[in-house]
Ligand binder design. Structure first.
Ligand code: UFG
Length: 322
């Protein structure tokens, strides 16, 4: 069934890939983005684009009658969330509450929300299930967790069909859509900047973690597999329920393994230097995604790290006109 949907943050990395996949699947998409971190030319051609605040612009559109909202728009820099927390409580939490109120007012039935592994904080055990304790170690994770709680109560009280997807480490690219943050903090794009010559070397934040090679381990998930989960979430959302799913491949790769894979994919030497640990970084974050597989029928098709890095590299080179 074709749905009429609003995608907030559809000019950003994950939002643009999702918007593209929703359009491919035959849905009607309106992208709302204030372009604070997104790019107008990342909005897929077949989407209608409204530039504006995620809550305000969405509220004024909802009267047209929509089947659902996919809410990607958010602030997502962990370091900044600690130095300027108000930006995250206002920009993430307050915006989401206003969005929920507008959806309630207009009777919009479905919500898919971008939550994060950062809601769990330092895990007690690995891999992380949805039943694990949520003790975020930074304001970014805390803001997303607060929104998850708000969604639960709105879903129950107002019969909203809601799904939160807790992303682990998103990477890779899909066609014309990929990662291009002005302030880049993520490992794979930073390593690829060394391969393109835009950066001299990559820093390894800590080599004294209790892991095989001493560097931190993460679960890298291809952005296109992640987008597929959003389409499935829309189909499986149930009125009055808020379901939460972890999304990762269930395999961890260390910072050194990621750098080595980037060397193999790009053929560049990629100098690396050890630096102190980054504050608030857990040693290991790996997802148990059994719930998404069982309940949504989600099957990641691009779990191979070489493939993920390969797609990110192709996107990086195409953007540079190589
Ligand atoms: N890292 C380096 N050098 C770098 C950049 C990163 O060693 O230059 C390390 C980090 O310390 C970490 C790993 O590479 O151990 C991955 O770091 P990323 O910044 O790519 O991603 P994170 O694991 O910090 O991602 C977390 C959560 C996500 C959340 C994101 C917010 O896992 O759920 O922060 O940006 F969305």
């Amino acid at each position: 069934m074709a749905l009429k949907l609003i995608v907030t943050g559809g000019a950003g990395y994950v939002g643009s890939v999702c918007a593209a996949k929703l359009l491919e699947a035959g849905h009607e998409v309106v992208v709302v983005d204030d372009l604070s971190t997104g790019h107008a030319d990342a909005v897929p051609e077949d989407a209608r684009f409204v530039e504006g605040d995620a809550a305000e612009a969405t509220a004024s559109l909802l009267g047209e009658g929509f089947d659902g909202v996919l809410h990607f728009a958010a602030k997502s820099l962990v370091g900044e969330s600690m130095s300027d927390p108000g930006k995250y409580w206002r920009g993430n939490v307050f915006t989401a509450i206003r969005l929920l109120d507008a959806m309630r007012e207009h009777g919009t039935p479905r919500l898919v929300f971008s939550s994060t592994a950062a809601t769990y904080g330092e895990p007690e055990s690995s891999p992380i299930r949805e039943t694990a304790p949520t003790r975020p170690t930074n304001t970014y994770g805390a803001s997303k967790l607060a929104i998850d709680h708000a969604i639960t109560s709105y879903a129950r009280a107002h019969r909203l069909a809601a799904v939160s997807l807790r992303y682990f480490n998103v990477a890779g690219a899909y066609g014309l859509f990929g990662e291009r943050h002005t302030t880049e903090t993520h490992l794979i794009p930073l390593v690829l900047q060394v391969a393109t010559g835009d950066r001299e070397r990559v820093q390894i934040f800590g080599d004294d973690y209790p892991t095989d090679d001493g560097t931190a381990v993460r679960d890298y998930i291809h952005v296109a597999d992640l987008a597929d989960a959003h389409l499935l979430a829309l189909q499986h959302a149930v009125a009055g329920e808020h379901r939460i799913y972890n999304l990762g491949n269930g395999t961890g790769f260390s910072v050194r393994q990621v750098i080595e894979t980037c060397r193999e994919v790009t053929g560049h030497e990629i100098p690396a230097a050890t630096a102190p640990r980054r504050a608030g970084d857990p040693a290991v974050l790996v997802a148990a995604s059994d719930r998404a597989r069982e309940e949504l029928g989600w099957k990641p098709e691009r779990a191979d790290l070489h493939g993920i890095v390969g797609d990110a590299w192709r996107f990086t080179q195409e953007r540079r006109g190589v």
